[in-house]
Design a protein. Structure first.
Length: 458
């Protein structure tokens, strides 16, 4: 039984892992690096001989997990890909959007993109197999009853990260392996906390995104919501606008639900219009369609109807006039160049009355990450083609992370007491902290940061 990390570096990039067990090969996720174009942004897929993969699992539809799935499927057309129904619907939109983005990048950079076409994305999605939560199935997708036997069985558990996200339990060769995917053990505004199994497991493959920082003493999500509502009121009273860079999938819908609560509780004036991006709106529509069928908070809340907002989409979106007392909850979350959040940040950052509020993860090397660390009046360059500008606007960070705190991840590892832990999906500092903490907590357990492309015996 072996595990191979196909992600190129110790970072949150193109997440993908291969498991060889019981004579079969299973691939977990197949993402695209958010910042690298062409091959550099892909996992090490050349380590997988064509036709050698028996099945794949997609834990959720974020780009760092799904972005290269059509490439995997191109060389492994025989492999079914298992995911939840929500991930199937969201993933379809995400992949086609990804092709559009890659085509635009190709025009700008003459780079080695796109990695795949709309046609290939469509073919790939036809081989996706939706599977319900907490139902055992075998490597062909066949359901296994409570006593059903198979050399390999799989089972999904709600990961509480975004709509459709799961962790997966794999049983083979008399051992139990659990891959967390991206997980949140606390409730968010829409997503309910993860419902992961509590029984002991043999091998835990665990994300480590937030290993680099401790939770602030006294932190509560409710307190953070109050702080955001107050900050927004202050900006609007001064006549400014608020930009909230958000991931289109997950964070946009979480923010809309939060604005709904703010309006309901009288924390925010209802005459401050909300703007979101086109992709965010498409994904919001899927959240609404599944509102009554998925495990979530506010089960009946239809965001498109009950949280009025405008959609900035198409070529003209970036020329939309920026007005005061407006909420711009725009993607991308990391303010990647040529996205609406980047364009609007450049138009708003010199105005001391306005504000940029960060509400989620930002890679420190991205424009969002660089801006987030800036001092007042510091010159910041958000686009290589545009000269640096002074950052005069207010800037704050709020913690509405869709990832589990390091304390909660540590507690989970202690609860399931694995014999081996493989630390993934985190930078060197984050995974290093977990290696130290978990080695101390569980002296019998081997805690590893798997090297890229090397098969590790489990
Ligand atoms: Zn994610
Ligand atoms: Zn991720």
């Amino acid at each position: 039984m072996t595990f191979t990390r196909l992600t190129r570096d110790i970072e949150i990039g193109a997440n993908s892992y291969a498991l060889d067990l019981a004579g079969h090969r299973l691939v977990l996720d197949c993402g695209l690096h958010p910042q690298h174009d062409g091959r550099a942004g892909t996992p090490l897929l050349d380590r997988l001989a064509p036709g050698s993969v028996d099945a794949a699992v997609l834990t959720h539809a974020h780009h760092d997990h799904i972005g290269c799935l059509p490439l995997l499927q191109r060389h492994q057309p025989q492999a079914p890909v298992f995911m939840t129904e929500a991930t199937r619907l969201l993933g379809d939109v995400m992949l086609h959007n990804s092709v559009n983005v890659m085509m635009r990048r190709q025009e700008e950079l003459a780079a080695e993109v796109p990695l795949f076409t709309h046609g290939e994305a469509t073919i790939a999605t036809k081989r996706w197999r939706p599977v319900p939560l907490e139902t055992r199935f075998d490597i062909t997708g066949e359901r296994l009853g409570p006593h059903g036997e198979s050399p390999i069985s799989l089972e999904f558990f709600d990961a509480g990260h975004i709509l459709g996200s799961v962790g997966v339990r794999i049983c083979a060769e008399g051992r139990m392996i659990f891959y967390t995917g991206d997980v949140q053990f606390d409730d968010q505004t829409i997503s309910k906390a993860a419902a992961f199994p509590a029984e002991p497991i043999d091998v835990l493959i665990m994300e480590t995104t937030r290993g680099d920082r401790a939770t602030e003493p006294g932190f509560t999500r409710a307190g953070e919501e109050q702080r955001l509502a107050t900050a927004m009121r202050e900006v609007f009273d001064a006549g400014g606008a608020v930009l909230i860079p958000t991931f289109a999938l997950g964070k946009t819908q979480e923010m809309l639900a939060m604005f709904h609560e703010f309006h309901r509780d009288g924390l925010l004036r209802s005459d401050c219009p909300i703007y979101i991006s086109g992709l965010g709106a498409k994904l919001t529509e899927i959240h609404d369609r599944l509102a009554g069928q998925t495990r979530r908070q506010h089960p009946g809340l239809r965001l498109a109807d009950e949280v009025p907002h405008y959609v900035l989409a198409g070529q003209s979106a970036e020329f939309e006039p920026l007005k005061s007392r407006r909420i711009y909850a725009l993607s991308s979350g990391m303010m990647i160049e040529h996205t609406l959040s980047n364009t609007f940040a450049r138009r708003l950052m010199e105005n001391p009355k306005s504000a940029i509020f960060f509400v989620g993860y930002c890679d420190p090397q991205t424009p969002g990450g660089i801006l987030r660390q800036s001092a007042p009046s510091e010159l910041v360059q958000l686009d290589a083609a545009v000269p640096p500008q002074p950052r005069n606007c207010r800037l704050e960070r709020f913690d509405f992370s869709g990832h589990a705190s390091r304390e909660n991840l540590r507690a989970y590892a202690n609860k399931v007491r694995p014999k081996k832990i493989l630390l993934v999906h985190g930078d060197a500092e984050a995974s290093g902290w977990f290696r130290e903490a978990l080695s101390a907590d569980l002296p019998e357990c081997e805690v590893l940061i798997p090297p890229a492309g090397e098969a590790i015996e489990l």
